[in-house]
Design a protein around this ligand. Structure first.
Ligand code: GUN
Ligand code: ZN
Length: 409
């Protein structure tokens, strides 16, 4: 009872295509497949439609023949308040924050506006196939409350937290270490593990947080070790220079976060473009990961992230939109730009690795691979349906692949 059978082409990953003998070993693909879900909202089984139609006679059939069923996409770095300022042009990071970002984030102290925008944000994510995200709210606790509420309304998996910042920002969006602790702890107790919500302790970056604030974040994480930590690291040359000027006792950017106790295996650092070999090695040894945000890096002119170099050092990279420095909610568009960023450095991002990175790969970085990122038995029934005919050009491209036999994997 309550079983549903989704028919279509089914694709998910069993492993990272970069580490298997052949890329095909890394994935499961069924041309005419059935994804069967139970009344508890979890995956019961995936198999051939011809067999499963008879095996699950009571299941309600949802027919997506000719379309692709995949695990929902996972965006590992995005800013909820910044959907309002996408494409605010003409500045690089530090000026962009001052001129566009801080004023937009200040608006989210208004609970009614935060609520409306949170619903728009969640709808926009889902419309783009993103069913899980690791998101910055704004500095106000109400912005985080609004986001979690909206996520629950749509049953989305939302990992988020109020932004911590106690300096170098307008007074209205600054907190103190003590306030930040109290508010964050209250939010953790209320939202962490409620429905599909999880909490991320969210120091903006070292320019916005003094060592007291950063250490508070580390202490809070030690008290609630199942929370996440999200921040920015080494995104822009001026940012790196300013940061090192603020912490003269630290030999590099990462050491600031190390001293604060926030470099953990549940830490996700956005960008990481200008890291030294030593910083990459230290990141790898802790199991912290980098969220690569290509549309943002291109839009702000920050630089080109070297995926291959990070991998050589053993650092795991996921892919993220970083809206609103990033210019699209779509992880497909984001992969498109990630491909070009690697091309400019003489490296090819193959499509299977790319799709792994926004599904199982990202789930693994978030330690959620038992719940999302694949269609394995017992996973949450969290998937998207991609229509190859959605755009005329896409349909033509598909017809070409079918005509030439390049379609078959
Ligand atoms: N560094 C600190 N804050 C931000 C932000 O909001 N966006 C980006 N791209 N980088 C940051
Ligand atoms: Zn960001």
């Amino acid at each position: 009872m309550g079983e549903k059978l989704f028919r279509g082409q089914i694709l998910d990953f069993l492993e990272d295509p970069g580490v298997t003998e052949t890329t095909l070993e890394a994935l499961r693909y069924l041309e005419d497949g059935a994804l069967v879900t139970g009344a508890d909202g979890c995956v019961l089984e995936v198999g051939p439609y011809a067999l499963f139609r008879a095996k699950y006679p009571g299941a309600a059939v949802h027919d997506y023949t000719g379309r692709l069923i995949m695990p929902g996409f996972i965006d590992t770095h995005i800013h909820f308040p910044q959907m309002q300022i996408i494409a605010s042009y003409g500045r690089q990071l530090l000026d962009w924050l001052t001129r566009y970002t801080f004023p937009a984030e200040a608006q989210l102290q208004n609970a009614a506006l935060a609520k409306t925008l949170a619903r728009d944000f969640v709808r926009e994510l889902l419309a783009n196939g993103t069913t899980t995200c690791l998101a910055f709210a704004a500095e106000s606790a109400v912005s985080a409350e609004a986001l979690f509420e909206a996520a629950i309304e749509w049953n989305m998996r939302m990992i988020s937290g109020k932004v911590l910042m106690n300096r170098n920002a307008p007074a209205v969006i600054k907190d103190s270490a003590a306030e930040a602790y109290t508010e964050s702890e209250a939010l953790i107790r209320k939202w962490h593990k409620r429905e599909r919500c999880l909490y991320a302790i969210t120091p903006r970056f070292a320019i916005s947080c003094d060592m007291e604030e950063l250490k508070m974040a580390g202490r809070l994480h030690a008290e609630y070790p199942e929370t996440y930590i999200q921040t920015h690291l080494s995104e822009n040359r001026d940012e790196v220079a300013t940061t090192l000027g603020l912490f003269p006792g630290c030999r590099d950017y990462l050491e600031i976060y190390e001293q604060a106790g926030i470099v953990k295996d549940r830490s996700v650092f956005a960008h990481g473009i200008f890291l030294s070999d030593s910083e990459l090695d230290r990141l790898a040894s802790t199991g912290a990961s980098i969220a690569h945000c290509p549309t943002s890096n291109l839009f702000l002119g920050s630089g080109l992230y070297d995926l291959r170099r990070a991998k050589t050092h053993g650092v795991v990279t996921s892919i993220a939109t970083d809206v609103g420095a990033g210019t699209s909610f779509s992880l497909l568009q984001t992969l498109n730009e990630a491909y070009k960023v690697q091309q400019l450095q003489g490296c090819t991002l193959d499509p299977l690795t790319a799709f792994y990175m926004i599904t199982l790969g990202a789930a693994r970085t978030l330690k959620l691979e038992d719940k999302i990122g694949s269609l394995a038995v017992g996973s949450e029934a969290d998937f998207v349906v991609i229509d190859y005919q959605a755009q005329h050009l896409q349909a033509l491209r598909m017809q070409y692949l079918q005509r030439t036999g390049h379609w078959n994997l």
